[in-house]
Design a protein around this ligand. Structure first.
Ligand SMILES: C[S@@+](CC[C@H](N)C(=O)[O-])C[C@H]1O[C@@H](n2cnc3c(N)ncnc32)[C@H](O)[C@@H]1O
Length: 441
């Protein structure tokens, strides 16, 4: 790909250039929690306005959309709010992402939901009053460091709430599961809020002893407030969502997609992970406490980051990826730190497997939209946007339509991370995102 010089906030320098800053993608002041978008936080969430604009611009004739790295389901929810789509596929390897996305896109009749909400809260209040409530065994498996992450009063309330969610009974079993899942999403968010973790971070760090002394959350109140706000969002979603769009949430690996037929997808809107989870966003670590409370065993929870793209470093730097930009970048990093270069390479080796699958499932004429971060390793910024274009074009016929560069206005993703895992040792990572548009020809 031709290298171009870029002017921040300026247009492309010449009309044939496809890559340029475009601040209209910043959505600086946009409200991002409308409809069901605010049900649960997730690391590096896509801004819904970006998904919406991509869908409106590149999905004019699309009826089947796929997000192969769905996370909390932003793109899927936007597809459900758009009249065009008949089918929306979402894939993720993280069970928490699967649950959040299912709940965000599954309409529940608000009348029923409010009735169940009041019943659940009333049962919890009654249990709280009977001071001798003893949690029934909702934690059937060993929880990693339960007492380190939760104060005993908090644990007791969480056990009580979870137990009452499990007791929800509705004659129609599908609706019963939908309502329980809806409650569990609020519960999972509350688990993080009332835990001893430093709240604003995605990786697991415990509060300092001083802050911990003052940390005495009213768990039931926090749960009640969160659930109420989520139920209000569902009311909004229920009115607007497109009933004709079937959502398929797939617990699969995008390196080997099983359930999507060849040439069946006509739009991809996605934001892949930024790199190997060890040094970028650790989705497994973010989800660990919530998932254990939801009943997932230790092994499943601990394996998430390993099975994520780039979870296992390559043995050496040998590879057959046809991206000159990646080759150049790896050589510079390897000079300083060969182990880090292998971490970086493992991500692109895995991503290349996904490209093969995305090529298989898309139709000719499909648009593929990727929102990526160009992270910095050992002081070298890795141009993932260019590498992705090169990897697609090396194999198949793809037109590079555009790459828009946007500023990240909020702390939606960690601008600061701690690559060494030493608290306070922060390095600036990303302030911009690259939105790549490819067309399959
Ligand atoms: C940047 S996040 C997506 C965020 C999403 N756009 C949102 O708005 O919430 C990337 C996601 O890719 C998932 N992921 C990582 N490796 C994967 C793989 N091999 N197959 C499918 N999903 C994967 C992670 O679990 C994570 O949820």
């Amino acid at each position: 790909m031709q290298l171009i010089s870029l002017q921040k906030n300026g247009a492309a320098l010449e009309s044939h250039e496809v890559k340029f800053w475009d601040t209209s993608w910043d959505f600086k002041t946009a409200y991002t929690k409308y409809s069901n978008h605010g049900l649960h936080t997730y690391p590096a969430m896509m801004i819904p306005q970006i998904a919406r604009r991509l869908i409106e611009t590149y999905g004019k004739h699309a009826t089947v959309i796929l997000d192969p790295f769905m996370g909390s389901g932003t793109a899927l929810l936007e597809a459900k709010l758009h009249p065009n789509f008949k089918k929306a596929y979402g894939i993720d390897i993280n069970p928490l992402a699967l649950l959040i996305s299912k709940v965000k896109t599954t309409p529940i009749n608000p009348k029923l939901l409010w009735k169940e909400y009041h019943q659940l809260i009333n049962r919890c209040v009654e249990d709280r009053k009977s001071a001798n409530f003893k949690g029934k065994s909702v934690l059937t498996h060993s929880f990693i460091n339960l007492d380190f992450w939760f104060k005993p009063e908090v644990t007791q309330d969480l056990v009580m709430i979870k137990n009452n969610i499990d007791l929800v009974t509705i004659p129609d079993k599908k609706t019963e599961q939908d309502v329980k899942d809806f409650f569990l999403v609020a519960f999972s968010e509350v688990v993080r809020d009332v835990s001893n973790t430093r709240n604003r971070e995605y990786k697991l760090y415990r509060m300092s002893e001083e802050i911990l002394k003052k940390h005495n959350p009213n768990t039931l109140q926090v749960f009640r407030d969160k659930l109420k706000s989520n139920a209000e969002q569902m009311e909004e979603y229920f009115k607007e969502q497109n009933n004709m769009c079937e959502v398929r949430i797939l617990a699969e690996d995008s390196r080997a997609i099983k359930s999507i037929p060849n040439s069946s997808v006509d739009l991809i809107v996605t934001s892949p992970p930024y790199g190997d989870s060890g040094t970028t966003v650790a989705y497994g670590q973010f989800s660990r406490l919530g998932l254990q409370w939801l009943g997932y065993d230790k092994d499943t929870v601990l394996s998430i980051d390993r099975v994520s793209l780039g979870g296992i470093p390559t043995i050496d730097l040998t590879n057959d990826l046809r991206s000159p930009t990646l080759k150049k970048t790896l050589a510079i990093i390897a000079e300083q730190d060969p182990k880090r270069a292998r971490d970086v390479l493992s991500f692109y080796v895995d991503f290349d497997k996904c490209i093969k699958e995305l090529h298989r499932v898309t139709k000719e004429g499909a648009f593929l939209c990727f929102v990526v971060g160009n992270r910095t390793v050992k002081g070298v910024q890795i141009p993932t946007d260019e590498i992705i274009v090169e990897l697609f074009q090396a194999k198949n016929h793809y037109r590079h339509v555009n790459t828009f560069i946007r500023n990240i206005p909020y702390k939606r993703m960690p601008k600061l991370n701690s690559p060494t895992n030493i608290t306070g040792n922060h390095a600036v990572t990303m302030n911009e995102e690259w939105i790549i548009i490819l067309e399959k020809q």
